[in-house]
Design a protein around this ligand. Structure first.
Ligand code: B12
Ligand code: SF4
Ligand code: SF4
Length: 389
């Protein structure tokens, strides 16, 4: 092929489809940038309801997020790509193993941003060279609404849990996008195929769906364990069970996963040591050990202290007195968020009498207001009874 020949339409489309497969993508579809006109209103309604919680970055550049042309006026085609990460075992099985931490399937492997970015850049480079038109590459890095655009491109549909489901890969697909200033042949949008099913809505441990197709992130364990910075509100701690990073319940229950195939992309293979890590080991991670264990995975983004917060809640939910030693050790952790959840875990595993002794040893000089409040709750004390240091 003459490298300087400019391609368009279906030729261009065929060329990038072949290269996308060779790069490890499982599926590619194309949408026109104006093919989801309902998005600005839907995004605005979601943001107005406050469902995004502390994710204020969702508010910033909302106009660019809601419409591809709002982000890049030159865009003529939106290329949506998916990479399968279907887990080999059902993630729901791990929830009964209370001495283990459950890490969401997407996070038990290399960070997909890192895996996809280079591949998308390569594909974008080819598309730009062969079309003679500029291309922009996004992997969850710019204000792009990937799920509805993927539906408009026919890659799948947004299920009642709001995640994109493909007929071939179930809901275990990670998404990436290319915006191109060239006219590529678009695909037909996919219709919704949930029918009367509502399994994902019913399984959610925190009732995070105010209605089908709508998620209140403030109640979602994925948000609470990953994005939320402070102490986890008390009402969600017991429902968290042993989930220490993300949540897969609504995805794992979806019947469309029977068609899912494991990833062809070797760099996205799940790590055995992150499949069911012992809470005992996770509770001992200091900063350096945390960074070593989770290097290149999505987990590293929460940082050690927030992750330990989640681990201590899982320990409190374990019902295993043998794990109380780990919680007791964390009462003296330098991070207040870790100390606070250690107090909660001790209260759950040891009861208020034992906590009174621990308080005398570790709690009396507590400088942090949140941790003092945790002590008051664990000791069943009325407000104000713990003196300020
Ligand atoms: C913010 C965010 C989150 C937030 C909020 C999730 C959410 N549902 O919005 C939190 C932290 C909770 C989260 C969790 C997860 N996330 Co996330 N997340 C994102 C992110 C960055 C933006 C999503 C977004 O735009 N939300 C805004 C809302 C308004 O959009 P929406 O969900 O599409 O909302 C639609 C409905 O509300 C609907 N709607 C509203 N009213 C009505 C009325 C009717 C009648 C109908 C039919 C529809 C409807 O229209 C809206 C627009 O389509 C995307 C990456 C990206 N840039 O797109 C990843 C992304 C969605 N996340 C992803 C993943 C993997 C997850 C988790 C599975 C991780 C985990 N295991 O813990 C969970 C899944 C939880 C769930 N059930 O959604 C993947 C999903 C891949 C896929 N196949 O869809 C994405 C696409 C990242 C990626 N590049 O692959 N995530
Ligand atoms: S990820 Fe978990 S907590 Fe969030 S909506 Fe799905 S089932 Fe509910
Ligand atoms: S579990 Fe049922 S309702 Fe939920 S997304 Fe899957 S098919 Fe749709």
């Amino acid at each position: 092929m003459n490298p300087r020949r400019v391609l368009d339409g279906s030729d261009l489309r065929r060329l990038i489809e072949v290269r996308a497969r060779a790069l490890g993508f499982d599926i590619l579809r194309v949408a026109r940038p104006d093919s989801a006109p309902e998005l600005p209103d839907r995004l605005a309604a979601w943001l107005d309801s406050g469902a995004h919680g502390e994710m204020v970055w969702m508010e910033e550049r909302a106009g660019a997020r809601a419409e591809p042309a709002g982000l890049w006026p030159e865009v003529r085609s939106v290329v949506m790509l998916g990479m399968s990460y279907a887990p080999e075992r059902n993630p729901l099985d791990l929830l009964a193993r209370r001495d283990r931490g459950a890490i969401a399937a997407y996070a038990q492997r290399r960070d997909y941003h890192e895996v996809m970015k280079g591949k998308l850049k390569e594909l974008g480079g080819l598309l730009s060279a062969k079309s003679g038109r500029p291309v922009k590459v996004f992997v969850d890095t710019a204000p792009v609404m990937e799920k509805p655009l993927a539906q408009a491109a026919g890659l799948g549909w947004q299920g009642k849990h709001t995640v994109l489901i493909s007929r071939e890969f179930g809901n275990w697909l990670l998404l990436g996008a290319l915006y191109s200033a060239a006219d590529l042949e678009p695909d037909a949008p996919e219709a919704e195929h949930c029918g009367t099913c509502r399994r994902c809505l019913d399984i959610c441990p925190t009732a995070a769906f105010p209605a089908p197709f709508r998620l209140d992130a403030r109640r979602c364990l994925s948000y609470l364990t990953i994005e939320h910075a402070g102490p986890i509100p008390v009402e969600f701690r017991v429902p968290m069970g042993n989930r220490v990073f993300g949540c897969d319940d609504c995805l794992a229950i979806c019947p469309w996963n029977k068609f899912a195939e494991t990833s062809r992309e070797g760099r996205l293979a799940a790590r055995n040591d992150l499949e069911a890590p012992a809470l005992h080991d996770l509770a001992r991670l200091d900063e350096a050990a945390f960074r070593r264990l989770f290097a290149n995975t999505p987990v590293k983004r929460t940082g050690r202290d927030r992750f330990l917060r989640n681990v201590l809640i899982a320990i409190g939910n374990s019902g295993d007195p043998a794990l109380s030693d780990e919680a007791v050790r964390c009462l003296d952790d330098p991070a207040p968020i870790v100390r606070g959840m250690a107090v909660w875990a001790c209260g759950r595993l040891l009861g208020s009498e034992a906590c009174a002794e621990l308080f005398a040893r570790s709690g009396t000089g507590e400088p942090d207001a949140h941790v003092r409040a945790e002590w008051r709750a664990a000791l069943a004390m009325p407000d104000g009874e713990i003196p300020l240091p």
